[in-house]
Design a protein. Structure first.
Length: 710
């Protein structure tokens, strides 16, 4: 019974908060509506805003009395806010002065960024400013307005009465916002008394949520990597915190069931490339999406398309892009057509969902088809049709240019030698002078000087950054040393290291290899060690995995196939040997025997998957071997439903292959520490990691957007 009452109280509180009207009379007499605050304002005869302030002497729940001091005088003011109904009020302000005050403008004013994009309607005519300032500053109605509608995030504010109004673009003063001013009667001249009598009304946005019976996944993922979905199939890194049921996001009503639409990406191949949902015979001027994406792309910005089929037989299609119409559910931030509508934390990162607005042809909809471009996993939790257009404010980037107020300061890339910011003395060059790095009693130390301990502070270079010329490599190494970095990771290097004209993906381009040799040598000379992975993003050629002739195996599938496919494993070995046996002409050592190479991760973020039912290439091979393993070990699982046995089989298969990979590298003469499965944490991973020389684990926070990709 106690639990019942707690749930009832929580439901009541949530319901109240969901329907709360965002209107509040402030202590100083200002009226706050969402992020727009109306306050008394005054300009003198020289259009100087001057110094003015409000002093409150009498205050009650809906009444304020005080003094409004302005240049050249003061006004006594009385303000009342009378509630007519839960969403209707009368707002009356009267100003009186014993001596007339010379005035150019007396008003109630408010400023907000969202006014730039939402605009406002005056007596049925809509006014808005362009996306970029065009030199026009003002829309004004000095005396004639009777009804103003201001769209806001959670609803629409209507102000009625008889008043003048100004609607002003402030971007000409380098402020990314707009202002609205409601003028007193009178508002100009010698004023001894003035008043405003306004009717206020708040209207929530309306809309009809779609049932989304076609949802194919869940916001919650109970089992990581089982290829059945549940968000991005990453276990607790999901969206289970998003509340189910009826709720408003950016003011639009949605109805969430705990399920979602999941669309294809190479990391979620079990999701379809397109899903069609019923339009339920409804129509609306706009379709609102509550959605997000995973693995937001750095280059190809296409998210996918939405195709509307209408009951009259016509169709329309809209192309959506990442960075504009959606965003990563990790570390969410507002986009031009995607406002962060909900935030939470799933224990792995700060997460969020976006609301986006898509215009329809405002006709009865038969169905809606969502098609993924395949560049990210697109996840849709809710859909709503509405005739209301909510303002989606996107802050313009802050740009500071040199002028009388701002002076340019040169950012020093290099450090003054011997200065307090020069950390060069912390590095003991050259790297490798004390032999190979070893795990000595749970600490990193040196083979030839075990009494010395070392900690690494490192950075990645990625993609084309792995092939910079020698002078740049020398400069990079020097700057890293000055800043105290003592570890460099070559990341995503094999994608571009291989020869483009070869029929196989294991042959190395000698020109690119020479560039990497130069970077290694310069880093080593400065006391900077090196680490790398043997498979990250090397694109395979068609037919290289012999068990799947005629197929071009993707990167994610190949990571799993190395454990399941003998030919995939041989491919991995061939590239590893070609790379590690190469002798660096600038150090005189093969990469495999250089003590400046501290560690090698076998497969980058290639954690084994446990899904029995998934149709990945690796699983097809594993399922053919599973019955033999069961028989050899005296187990029975004819239907493949014993997840414990299946996991044990996968772990044993992995450990056997890992031991072979490790033995192969040691047989080559590799002396660096070896590790694998370098992403996430779980009990099985912890057990398997006991076989490694060290644990390399990846966690992500504030992942950068790389400046070379606009």
């Amino acid at each position: 019974m106690k639990r019942y009452w707690i749930r009832l109280i929580l439901f009541f509180l949530l319901a109240c908060s969901a329907n709360a009207v965002p209107l509040e009379l402030q202590k100083n007499g200002s009226l706050k509506v969402e992020n727009l605050t109306f306050s008394l304002g005054f300009y003198d005869t020289k259009w100087s805003f001057g110094s003015h302030n409000v002093s409150i002497h009498v205050q009650s729940e809906n009444r304020r009395e005080g003094v409004f001091r302005v240049p050249g005088g003061k006004f006594r003011f009385t303000e009342t806010l009378t509630t007519i109904s839960p969403r209707k009020w009368n707002w009356k302000i009267r100003l009186d002065s014993d001596r007339a005050v010379e005035t150019n403008q007396l008003f109630l004013g408010g400023t907000s960024p969202h006014l730039l994009t939402s605009g406002m309607s005056v007596d049925g005519r809509h006014f808005a400013f362009p996306e970029k300032w065009n030199g026009k500053m003002l829309h004004s109605f000095p005396e004639s307005a009777h009804r103003v509608e201001i769209p806001m995030s959670g609803g629409c504010l209507t102000i009625s009465g008889t008043f003048g109004i100004w609607f002003q673009d402030n971007r000409q003063w380098r402020s990314e916002n707009a202002s609205v001013r409601i003028l007193f009667t009178p508002s100009k001249g010698k004023i001894s008394s003035a008043e405003l009598n306004l009717a206020l009304e708040w209207r929530e946005y309306s809309g009809t949520p779609l049932k989304m019976k076609e949802a194919n996944s869940w916001l919650k993922d109970d089992v990581s990597g089982d290829r059945k979905g549940g968000w991005t199939d990453q276990g607790s890194n999901d969206m289970r915190q998003l509340p189910a049921g009826k709720g408003r996001f950016c003011g639009i009503p949605f109805e969430l069931t705990g399920r979602c639409l999941g669309l294809f990406h190479s990391r979620t191949p079990f999701y379809p490339k397109e899903i069609t949902v019923s339009g339920e015979g409804l129509k609306g001027a706009y379709l609102y999406l509550l959605h997000a994406e995973g693995w937001e792309p750095l280059r190809d910005r296409k998210l996918g398309t939405i195709r509307f089929r209408y009951e009259d037989g016509s169709e329309s299609e809209v192309l959506l892009n990442t960075q504009t119409d959606c965003g990563n559910f990790w570390q969410p931030k507002n986009r031009k057509n995607a406002l962060v509508a909900w935030r939470g934390n799933n224990g792995n990162a700060g997460i969020g969902m976006y609301v986006s607005k898509i215009r329809t042809e405002n006709k009865t909809i038969r169905d809606i088809t969502f098609t993924s471009a395949g560049n990210s996993v697109w996840l849709i939790a809710g859909l709503t049709l509405s005739d209301d257009s909510i303002p989606l404010y996107h802050a313009a980037p802050l740009v500071m240019k040199a002028d009388s107020e701002w002076r340019p300061i040169r950012a020093a890339v290099e450090t003054e030698p011997g200065s307090v910011l020069d950390f060069s003395g912390m590095l003991d060059a050259p790297a490798g002078k004390y032999g190979f790095i070893r795990n000595i009693g749970g600490h990193l130390g040196f083979e030839k000087a075990p009494e010395k301990r070392i900690r690494f502070y490192g950075a990645n270079i990625c993609y084309e950054g792995n092939f910079i010329n020698r002078p740049l490599a020398r400069k990079l190494a020097r700057i890293m040393r000055e800043r105290g970095y003592n570890l460099l990771r070559f990341h995503h290097f094999e994608r571009d290291l291989i020869r483009k004209d070869s029929a196989v993906s294991t042959e190395i381009d000698p020109v690119k290899m020479d560039r990497m040799d130069g970077i290694f040598a310069e880093a080593k000379a400065q006391g900077i060690y090196v680490t790398l992975d043997l498979f990250i993003s090397r694109p395979l050629r068609e037919g290289e995995v012999k068990e799947f002739p005629g197929e071009r195996i993707g990167i994610g599938d190949f990571k799993q196939l190395i454990i399941a496919s003998p030919s995939a494993l041989e491919n991995w070995k061939t590239f590893a040997a070609n790379f590690l046996n190469h002798v660096n002409p600038y150090t005189g050592l093969a990469w495999k025997e250089d003590p400046a190479l501290i560690s090698i991760n076998l497969i980058n973020e290639g954690n084994i998957a446990f899904d029995f039912n998934g149709d990945s290439p690796a699983n097809r091979l594993f399922r053919t071997r599973y019955p033999g393993w069961l028989k050899a070990n005296g187990f029975q699982d004819s239907e493949g439903k014993d997840i414990r046995l299946w996991r044990r089989f996968i772990v044993e298969s992995y450990r056997k292959t890992h031991a072979e990979m490790k033995a192969f590298l040691r047989g080559l003469g590799v002396r660096a520490m070896l590790c694998d499965q370098n992403c996430a944490s779980s009990v099985p991973l912890t057990v398997m990691r006991n076989d490694y020389d060290l644990v390399d684990n990846h966690f992500y926070h504030s992942h950068p957007s790389f400046p070379e990709t606009p």
